[in-house]
Design a protein around this ligand. Structure first.
Ligand code: ADP
Length: 163
């Protein structure tokens, strides 16, 4: 049997959105296995705990064969190596993502030349969607129902109400 082609999809997923899900579905068309890696945020202060983010993602992808959710606290390239991955999936939305993702990809390649970054573009409705945007709309009582799954929407409402 040919070797399995594995990709990791690292990110904060705070919270996971339909844009993330769009990318995960695209990645499953290209790879035999996709391991979503929930990063412990160093720079960003997360609204949801790592456990909560992992649980939301697990619920979102349970119907997708070949998709796993994991957490990691290492360099992304070390996470990729540990999973036996040949690629790191990242998303490109608006032009402003490009510089950041290119810098990240080149630095990751320096750290591990065996893993390449594959950037995927989301469907149009998600091209301007970010977790930060969803949290801001939610915090000010706006309608964010078209940006996340109903389960994530409930969790986000509860989290905002807690604060
Ligand atoms: P990070 O803090 O690592 O950027 P995010 O969860 O914000 O974590 O994003 C993870 C990856 O998913 C990034 O490459 C980002 O560009 C991509 N991404 C986030 N939202 C979308 C979206 N709506 N469409 C496509 N890609 C997205």
């Amino acid at each position: 049997m040919a070797e399995q082609r594995i990709a990791v999809y690292p990110g904060s997923f705070d919270p996971p959105t339909l844009g993330h899900l769009d990318l995960i579905q695209r990645a499953t068309q290209l790879f035999d296995k996709v391991v979503i890696g929930v990063a412990r945020n160093i720079g960003k202060k997360a609204l949801f705990s790592t456990e909560e983010r992992v649980a939301m993602l697990e619920q979102m992808v349970h119907h997708l064969p070949g998709v796993e959710v994991s957490r990691f606290e290492t360099l992304t390239v070390d996470f990729a190596r540990g999973q036996g991955a040949c690629a790191i999936i990242r998303g490109l939305r608006v032009l402003s993502d490009f510089e950041f993702e290119l810098t990240l990809a080149i630095n990751n390649r320096k750290l591990n030349p065996e893993v390449d970054t594959v950037c995927l573009m989301p469907s149009e409705p998600y091209a301007f969607l970010s977790s930060t945007m969803v949290k801001e709309i939610a915090a000010f009582g706006g309608d964010f129902s078209s940006t996340v799954t109903p389960e994530v929407a409930e969790k986000l409402k509860a989290k905002i109400a807690e604060r």
